[in-house]
Design a protein around this ligand. Structure first.
Ligand code: DX5
Ligand code: ZN
Length: 213
């Protein structure tokens, strides 16, 4: 299992230090939640701060856009060359065009599904993306409770990927912890995002190790 700590739960007064600490503690990616106060009822960070995070990080960035006007925000973050740039399928009218644009900029395109959005929404997209991010909480905040129906969704997506011979990875975001990670693994997840579980622990290495099932 790859682990992507979400800096949403980090101490923002010591953000650089926090990013370096989770990198040293075994993080595979640094998950960055960009929220615009419209798509979700929370407002986080823009390219200025994310650029500082990129400089502090020894691991690739995994940028999760929770915004309206997705192409505008994508162009703000593409120059930072994250590993993944993901956006919500619920918000973008022309997802295939944007996926193509992200790839042409040398970044791996990823698509995100809210908890209520069915896997069938991916039917004509699955072959075009490098990763699907399944939300296992309603997006907007860290520290929420895992929504159990996400488990069935991971399995459904794993079946679809196998049936189609697609090469995309499955990432799960929201309410992930040391107790539910084994189930996520059996259902077929490749990457877990963890905010609260990692940053509220006293030992980042131990927390990340607990997620590497
Ligand atoms: C929620 C964000 C998540 C969040 C996860 O909208 O997309 O990445 O930081 O936090 P935890 O792991 O605390 O649920
Ligand atoms: Zn996220």
């Amino acid at each position: 299992m790859y682990v992507a700590p979400s800096i949403l739960s980090a101490d923002f007064g010591r953000l650089g230090e926090e990013v370096r600490a989770v990198c040293d503690a075994g993080a595979d990616l640094i998950h960055v939640d960009v929220m615009d106060g419209h798509f979700v009822p929370n407002l986080t960070i823009g390219p200025l701060v994310v650029n500082a995070v990129a400089k502090a990080s020894t691991k690739p960035l995994d940028i999760h856009l929770m915004v309206q006007n997705v192409p505008f925000f994508a162009d703000l973050f593409l120059p930072l060359k994250p590993k993944f740039l993901s956006f919500h399928i619920e918000e973008e009218k022309h997802p295939l065009r944007l996926i193509d644009h992200i790839r042409k900029n040398g970044v791996s395109p990823a698509i995100t599904l809210n908890p209520h959005t069915p896997i069938s929404a991916l039917d004509y997209i699955i072959d075009e993306v490098d990763m699907v991010l399944l939300m296992s909480v309603n997006p907007g905040f860290g520290g929420q409770k895992f929504i159990p129906s996400a488990l069935r969704k991971i399995s459904e997506l794993r079946n679809l990927i196998e049936k189609r011979g697609a090469k995309c990875m499955i990432e799960v975001d929201g309410g992930v912890n040391g107790l539910n990670v084994a189930e996520l693994d059996s259902a077929g997840a490749d990457i877990v995002v963890a905010g609260n579980f990692v940053f509220s622990s006293n030992d980042y290495s131990e927390a990340i190790k607990a997620l590497k099932v």
